[in-house]
Design a protein around this ligand. Structure first.
Ligand code: 0RQ
Length: 505
């Protein structure tokens, strides 16, 4: 493993994860690597969680602020949440223990557009970064660092932190050298210049992270695989949703609004997204590209099938089998994959220029096309906005997809008014469920309500939604976006429960 650490000065800093974790003090802000189950530190966060647990057992306060790329893994978010070690965390998370801590009010969670995180750190909006804990694949002789399977905000954490702890993971195939593109051209306004990406495959940066070696206080050796979660095979609803989207895209090509090989694709994580990508393998489109945030199984399959020429992302987010295959094939994969910092993979300027087709999931959409991606019942967080806002706001086509109902049909995902807005009616072009697709482009709110109810709502909820809309048209004080304000949330179990408890008081 020492073969991975070629710089002699850094080799002298090799120590155990416990020793490295002891360098992190209570109250510190810690920037960690990690993006959707790839490239997160595997050993130091666990050692830190043990240290925090022991401190709490002695009655000593010990909590830290954690900044990451996006969601990580049980060894990081799960372990720190279990010992109540987070004072605050940002940005996207999807860990059940972490979610519990946030929703019980025990920790602070700051949900930020993923493209904004690095620049907020540079602007000084987030406070001071004390420590970075970053996984890399190797340390070169001159001290530069070979990135691992995700980039996320690592460049910014390495630049900004006072102290840096490296984890060098020898599980990562060093053959991925050349896959990364670390852009060092970002500046703060007023000195900004255009980000010179004109095609998804354009390289504009370096292969390695450059860092002042004197900041590195510890090097920890690991040899463990990324823990990615398995995907279940696409269910019937996912396949129906995928079918509606593929028909729509083919229609757009026929109408001349999209080129024959479409435009670069962005697709969120999850089974529906994978089903859409699976559908593209069977479909008529060739020579596809992706400019996206995470590379998931479906995209790898498209590349292997020769249907996708190139994919740009900030991380891989693969099922366990696909992650192993990707690691084994790293030499081959780097011909068609680039990993970039998330401020570039999700850059609004580049997304607008390339004309991305964005496809993301939602929790609820309202009849006027506002989308809630993050909250259950208006008050509890699910995951976070992730990159969905970066892409939706700036995409050529912004598509949101969901089954029409949740919890075995008990909840309609199409509601009169969303309880929380992540994507406003202005950023949503298409809503699609297994029932059908609503093309909202150019429509007024009342026109949108009709197509969303008729095309997307589940038959069990359609009559109630029609009734709401019809009555709103007559009784609403304003007739631009007609609402019955005292009834707008009546579809929600949480609303019904609150009414019942008020009545009982
Ligand atoms: O919960 O498994 O406990 O039943 O929400 O829902 O249908 O499995 O869908 O996995 O695609 O997630 C929006 C959360 C959808 C995701 C969201 C419950 C449902 C289930 C998940 P259970 P599904 P998905 C770039 C893009 C924001 C970030 C983003 C997300 C669980 O897509 O986090 O887009 N998006 N990033 O039962 C109550 C409703 C519900 C509901 C669903 N109306 N009421 N519960 N659920 N609808 C990639 C990144 O940023 C990394």
């Amino acid at each position: 493993n020492a073969a991975r650490i070629l710089n002699p000065a850094l080799r002298s800093k090799i120590m155990s994860a416990d020793e490295a974790a002891a360098l992190i003090t209570p109250g510190a802000n810690v920037g960690m690597s990690g993006f959707t189950g790839a490239g997160y530190p595997k050993a130091v966060p666990l050692a830190l969680a043990n240290r925090i647990d022991a401190a709490h057992a002695r009655g000593e306060p010990f909590r830290i602020g954690v900044w990451t790329g996006a969601s990580t893994a049980p060894e990081l978010d799960g372990a720190l949440a279990k010992v109540n070690g987070f004072a605050m965390r940002l940005p996207y998370q999807s860990d059940p223990n972490c979610r519990k801590q946030i929703n019980s009010g025990e920790m602070e969670y700051t949900d930020i557009h993923l493209s904004h995180v690095a620049q907020y750190a540079w602007f000084g909006f987030l406070g001071h970064l004390d420590v970075a804990v970053v996984e890399v694949a190797a340390v070169l002789e001159d001290g530069r660092l070979l990135p691992a399977n995700s980039i996320g905000n690592n460049k910014t954490w390495l630049d900004q932190a006072d102290k840096v702890i490296l984890e060098v993971n020898s599980w990562v195939n060093a053959g991925l050298d050349g896959m990364h593109d670390i852009y060092y051209g970002t500046r703060r306004p007023p000195d900004r210049r255009p980000v010179p990406i004109n095609n998804p495959g354009d390289r504009i940066g370096d292969r390695y992270y450059t860092i002042d070696p004197s900041k590195i206080v510890a090097v920890v050796e690991t040899d463990s695989r990324d823990r990615n979660s398995p995907f279940t095979p696409p269910d019937a609803n996912s396949k129906l949703i995928a079918g509606h989207i593929l028909d729509f895209l083919a229609h757009e090509v026929r109408r001349g609004r999209l080129p024959r090989n479409m435009l670069p694709l962005q697709s969120g994580v999850g089974n529906v997204a994978n089903a859409v990508l699976g559908g593209l393998i069977e479909g008529p489109f060739e020579d596809l590209t992706a400019y996206t945030e995470v590379l998931q199984d479906g995209m790898l399959d498209l590349i292997k099938a020769g249907k996708m020429r190139f994919a740009s992302a900030t991380a891989v987010s693969l099922s366990p089998d696909a992650a192993l295959a990707f690691n084994n094939d790293a030499q081959e994969m780097k011909k068609s994959v680039i990993l970039r910092p998330q401020e570039i993979s999700n850059h609004p300027e580049v997304i607008r220029r390339l004309g991305i087709i964005a496809m993301n999931g939602l929790i609820e959409a309202d009849i006027y096309g506002n989308v809630n991606s993050t909250h259950i019942g208006g008050t509890a967080i699910m995951n976070g906005i992730g990159g969905s806002g970066d892409f939706a706001r700036n995409a050529f086509l912004s598509i949101f997809m969901t089954p029409s109902t949740a919890k075995n049909g008990a909840i309609s995902c199409i509601v009169p008014m969303v309880t929380h807005v992540d994507h406003t009616e202005h950023d949503v072009h298409v809503v699609v469920t297994e029932q059908g697709l609503a093309d909202l482009r150019g429509l007024s709110p009342k026109q949108r309500a009709k197509v969303i109810i008729e095309n997307c709502a589940h038959p069990d909820y359609k009559p109630a939604l029609r009734e709401y809309f019809t009555r709103a048209l007559e009784e609403s004080p304003g007739r631009h976006t007609p609402h019955l304000l005292d009834e707008a949330f009546r579809f929600l179990p949480e609303w019904k429960a609150q009414q019942a408890s008020r009545a009982a008081e």
